[in-house]
Design a protein around this ligand. Structure first.
Ligand code: COA
Length: 438
């Protein structure tokens, strides 16, 4: 049978597709801007038809209606990353959180530690050969679809066709729902003076020809502002957003010096505005691969001069980095932070940077603290940490003693908190002469 006949035979409405999901099953949802829309709406509107369905998801864009209080007993969310839409549900124990390095999520599926009964995904329209692109989310979405007992796909005519190892043939889809939904967009971050100062400090650690991993938000975008005079930069990253577009257009990012995937920007998902989604459509210079490849530290390290830039919530005086929880409250997840910290560390000439404003909560708390808050999870260990950057400067911690680390971190802390940090330093290192700049 031709793929077109298969496609037509498997077309169903969103409600019919939703009702194919068995009760007591595990459903893995496509990630971030690849989150399905119409079928989730149909599931939620027909909640009485479902009991005890586990919904596994990472970054939830959209409303996350399946996490609402009245979904109890019908759907329970299992988060591998907590975002704004799932934070309260996890905090109130209406949803679960499973810690896992991003690159290992597909392994959870493959090893059966998290068996995938249903993959609910969003795809581009099929090409002339019957292949749909996973569009902006290859990550764990493609591996989930490859292993699921039942694959249900929204085929969205607005999903860009993004290259790489990012395709599935329509014959692998069990049920197909045609949609025409705008992709979720994320607002452009606001870059203030603090972020600019952090960006400028980070940029001093980046040389011509380096390959970059940048996360999302104001700090990565601020770093990009200070790279306009660099040459031949490359991208190998978990995700990228609109911030890189200007540097691609000006030729600063040309991927010419990368050790692997020369000439290509490599990512595992994309999230930004429609400008970004238009840019990546059918663009041979952008390739997406599943996260167990892109974020594998052994793949990341193959790029010489790999620079990773990520952020955190708290760093203690030993260099323990807390990035995903505030006390026992799960705020986000490890995501790809440790994947890239380790990959960059193993890369010849690589560096990993934790870039943070020196304070949080409108200046009321220092992010550099004597101790991490009780209950917080250490994300990047003191053995892994490399550079920590604030608006006040750069602390280089790798290979440094506990005493030197503490001294360097105090020097880049906010002046309002230096006295408290210095007092702790003197308790811990009574024989040291601390030199604190202002
Ligand atoms: N004590 C108390 N509150 C704190 C705090 C601290 N030490 N640090 C941050 N907060 C609060 C902030 O005040 C803010 O609250 P508000 O919105 O009410 O003001 C909130 O927590 C978020 O902090 P902020 O640092 O502004 O968030 P962010 O959006 O820049 O994200 C991380 C920072 C660390 C949460 C985010 O980078 C992350 O999740 N990292 C781990 C995953 C990762 O690195 N992935 C790889 C890259 S994609």
């Amino acid at each position: 049978m031709s793929w077109k006949n298969i496609y037509n035979e498997r077309l169903v409405s969103a409600k019919e597709a939703a009702l194919k999901i068995p009760s007591n099953s595990r459903v893995v949802l496509g990630h971030a801007a690849g989150t399905p829309v119409d079928i989730i709406d149909a599931m939620v509107s027909n909640k009485e038809s479902f009991s005890n369905v586990e919904i596994v998801h990472m970054l939830c864009l959209g409303e996350g209606k399946y996490m609402a209080e009245d979904m109890d007993g019908h759907f329970r969310h299992n988060a591998i990353f907590v975002g704004g839409n799932s934070r309260n549900a996890v905090k109130e124990d209406r949803a679960d959180f499973t810690p896992c390095f991003f690159h290992e999520v597909p392994k959870l599926f493959k090893d059966g530690l998290m068996k995938v009964d249903v993959a609910l995904i969003q795809l581009s329209r099929p090409d002339e050969h019957g292949y749909c692109s996973f569009g902006v989310s290859s990550d764990y979405t493609k591996p989930a679809a490859e292993i699921a007992d039942i694959v249900i796909a929204e085929v969205n005519d607005k999903m860009p066709r993004v290259m790489g190892e990012n395709f599935i043939h329509v014959s692998k889809l069990d049920h197909i729902v045609e949609t025409s939904n705008d992709l979720y967009e994320i607002p452009l971050p606001k870059i203030g003076d603090t972020e600019k100062a952090i960006g400028e400090n980070c940029a001093t650690l980046i040389a011509d020809g380096d390959t970059l991993q940048l996360g999302i938000g104001a700090i990565p975008d601020a770093v990009l502002l200070f790279l306009k005079d660099k040459k031949d930069l490359g991208i190998h990253t978990e995700m990228f957003s609109d911030g890189v577009l200007e540097l691609v257009e000006s030729g600063v990012i040309n991927n010419s010096k990368k050790s692997i995937h020369k000439g290509k920007m490599i990512s595992t998902f994309l999230m930004g505005s429609n400008k970004l989604y238009d840019f990546v459509h059918n663009n041979p210079s952008v390739e997406l691969y599943p996260v167990d490849y892109v974020n594998d530290p052994c793949v990341i390290m193959k790029n010489d001069n790999m620079i990773s830039i990520n952020s955190c919530i708290q760093v203690d005086l030993m260099g323990q980095v807390v990035s995903e929880s505030i006390g026992t409250t799960q705020f986000s997840g490890v995501g790809g932070q440790v994947d890239y910290v380790r990959g960059a560390s193993m890369s010849k000439g690589g560096k990993s940077i934790i870039a943070i404003p020196s304070t949080a909560s409108k200046g009321k708390v220092s992010r550099i603290t004597p101790f991490i808050t009780e209950g917080s999870a250490v994300t990047t260990s003191r053995n892994d940490v490399d550079y920590v950057v604030t608006e006040y400067g750069i602390a280089s911690l790798k290979g440094k003693t506990l005493r030197d680390r503490a001294q360097s971190l105090i020097n880049i802390a906010h002046p309002d908190f230096k006295a408290e940090l210095k007092a702790e330093f003197e308790k811990r290192f009574p024989k040291a002469n601390i030199i604190v700049n202002n």
